[in-house]
Design a protein around this ligand. Structure first.
Ligand code: DQA
Length: 142
């Protein structure tokens, strides 16, 4: 069966409690269940992982290489800083779509730059949790 990986970075486990004006009311569990249902309706299986640790995210990406049709990835704060994640995404063959729940471009300037976007297959920003749904659909249509 074709599979997608939903990967979330630091503090995304606090969704539903954290800065709701940016990140909304939904919990991570709600989002993971919702995306799982969406992809299953199209004959795909979803695996979900979250980590607050940069190296662990690198491990998950490396392990995922070749096993998934695509990776839906919200790298959270590491988006703006992580050369390790950038090198990893560049090194693996499995395509990655970078997702941000909030519109990083109308927030602080340090959020405007993504280390990862140049090595990603695509990027979705500012559409709330719908961004994860759109990323899933992009891989399903691919
Ligand atoms: C985020 C945006 C990042 O700047 C921030 O550090 C996050 C969440 C988003 O989904 O909007 O933790 O990736």
């Amino acid at each position: 069966m074709k599979r997608l990986l939903l990967l979330n970075g630091p503090n995304i486990n606090l969704l539903g409690k954290r800065e709701k004006e940016f990140y909304g009311e939904y919990t991570l569990q709600h989002i993971e269940e919702n995306i799982a249902k969406l992809v299953e309706a199209h004959g795909f299986e979803l695996n979900s992982r979250q980590s607050n640790h940069e190296g662990e995210l690198v491990d998950y990406l490396q392990e995922a290489n070749g096993k998934y049709e695509g990776i839906i990835f919200n790298p959270a704060a590491y988006t703006h800083t992580s050369i390790a994640l950038r090198d990893c995404i560049k090194a693996i063959e499995t395509p990655v779509i970078e997702v941000h729940i909030s519109n990083v471009h109308n927030r602080e300037e340090f959020r405007h730059y993504s280390m990862l976007a140049p090595v990603c297959y695509g990027q979705i920003v500012g559409l709330g949790y719908t961004g994860y749904r759109l990323a899933a659909m992009a891989f399903i249509d691919k």
